[in-house]
Ligand binder design. Structure first.
Ligand code: NAD
Ligand code: MG
Length: 383
């Protein structure tokens, strides 16, 4: 029996993790859950899963929740309490599924405590890739990707990297693959969040529409698999059936395929190296044909290029890219800037923040703060 902590339990990945765990009560016990403010959803989860500990980051939400939850569950509040459940000595596996850079510290705590980290929070690697991977190694933690592309590559590389020449991330192209740049100007948040294949939280859905999500995933892949940017590329595959591929010098290519459903990815992270039932139907190739592939349009999807450049530049460029994107996407979701403004604002911010190679946790956190402040200022001046 493995005790699981889910950071970000009320979100899309959190939900899917609980759904897989429910199928295997003999294998997984829900030990701890966290959420930001959504106490109603957490109350339902507590009734169903009876966790030992719950963290509500918001103090008021924790106080309300405590009136509705029985004595078996201890309720904590505050951002630092996330580190307690991530590193708790009764926790075996940690699902890191908080959205945004705010999830980095708790992922890092799980790494320091030598846990199996099922990493959905790609921002941890975008902000602190070197530090995070070093912490995993130093503490014998286990790092299993929870991103469909990276899980695919992780699976393809199970027999090693001998003769590997390239890894290729597939991208669906999002809802605007065939939309002209002119029409992108007037896109609404709901249109941007209406992803054709995947059902996800709103922030990552907007990232998929701008293709910043694929950009962040290039950085994620670089750190997870220790592969230089020049050996990583992206292909558009609108059906999202091939989840990613690895290429070898003998001319062969391995890919992982499946229906686009995160329960496959999550169940693999929970059961690795075994495979278990996830609730996802097996793939029917005939009904999904034809499968299409295109080269990405870097002019239309400027964010993809920005991420490639930030990775090549190294240092704090990736943290700046991420911070500017998080702030810009929030403004877009609140109808305060247009869809095309997102890439422009990121570019201004990248051009404004001074480049450094400092990589301590303090330097990373300080840069994140400055980049956010700068992005807010740029938006105020610009809009
Ligand atoms: P979501 O918006 O559905 O859920 C986010 C979770 O984070 C919620 O539980 C929320 O309570 C918590 N949260 C939000 N702000 C917080 C804060 N300030 N402090 C503490 N907790 C906070 O997001 P999601 O789609 O589940 O994505 C989660 C992570 O997984 C992201 O990093 C995303 O990039 C990654 N990811 C998601 C998918 C997917 O299919 N949804 C696929 C691959 C990777
Ligand atoms: Mg992905």
């Amino acid at each position: 029996m493995k005790n699981i902590t889910i950071l970000g339990a009320t979100g899309s990945i959190g939900n899917n993790t609980l759904s897989v765990a429910s199928l295997h009560p003999d294998k997984f016990n829900i030990f701890a859950l966290s959420a930001n403010t959504n106490w109603r959803k957490m109350q339902t989860l507590c009734e169903k899963f009876q966790p030992n500990i719950v963290v509500m980051v918001d103090k008021k939400a924790a106080r309300i929740l405590s009136k509705f939850v029985g004595n078996k569950t201890q309720i904590l509040h505050g951002i630092d309490a996330l580190n307690i459940i991530a590193a708790h000595n009764e926790t075996d596996y940690v699902m890191a599924a908080i959205v945004g850079s705010v999830g980095m510290a708790s992922s890092l705590s799980a790494a320091k405590a030598g846990k199996r980290i099922m990493l959905a929070n790609k921002e941890s690697l975008v902000l602190a890739g070197d530090l995070f991977m070093q912490t995993v190694r130093d503490n014998n933690a286990e790092l299993i990707p929870v991103d469909s592309e990276h899980s695919a590559i992780f699976q393809c590389l199970q027999s090693g990297k001998s003769g590997l020449t390239k890894i290729q991330l597939t991208a669906s192209g999002g809802p605007f693959l065939h939309t002209s740049i002119e029409k992108l100007q007037n896109i609404t948040p709901d249109e941007a969040c209406d992803h054709p294949n995947w059902s996800m939280g709103r922030k990552i859905s907007v990232d998929s529409a701008t293709m910043m999500n694929k950009g962040l995933e290039i950085i994620e892949a670089h750190y997870l698999f220790n592969i230089p940017a020049k050996n990583i590329d992206v292909v558009i595959h609108p059906q999202s059936i091939i989840h990613s591929s690895v290429y070898y010098e003998d001319g062969s290519t391995l890919s992982q395929l499946g229906n686009p459903d995160m329960r496959t990815v999550i169940s693999y992270a929970m059961s690795y190296p075994d495979k278990i039932f996830s609730g996802v139907e097996s793939l029917d190739l005939v009904s999904n044909s034809p499968l299409e592939f295109y080269a990405p349009d870097l002019n239309k999807f400027a964010c993809l290029n920005q991420a490639f450049e930030a990775l090549k530049q190294g240092g704090n460029a990736m943290g700046t890219l991420n911070a500017a994107n998080e702030v810009a996407v929030e403004y877009f979701l609140n109808n305060q800037i247009s869809f095309l403004d997102i890439a422009k604002i990121i570019q201004y911010t990248l051009g404004t923040i001074q480049h450094t190679n400092a990589s301590s946790l303090e330097a990373i956190v300080a840069n994140d703060k400055i980049a956010r402040k700068t992005t807010h200022e740029i938006i105020k001046r610009y809009v």
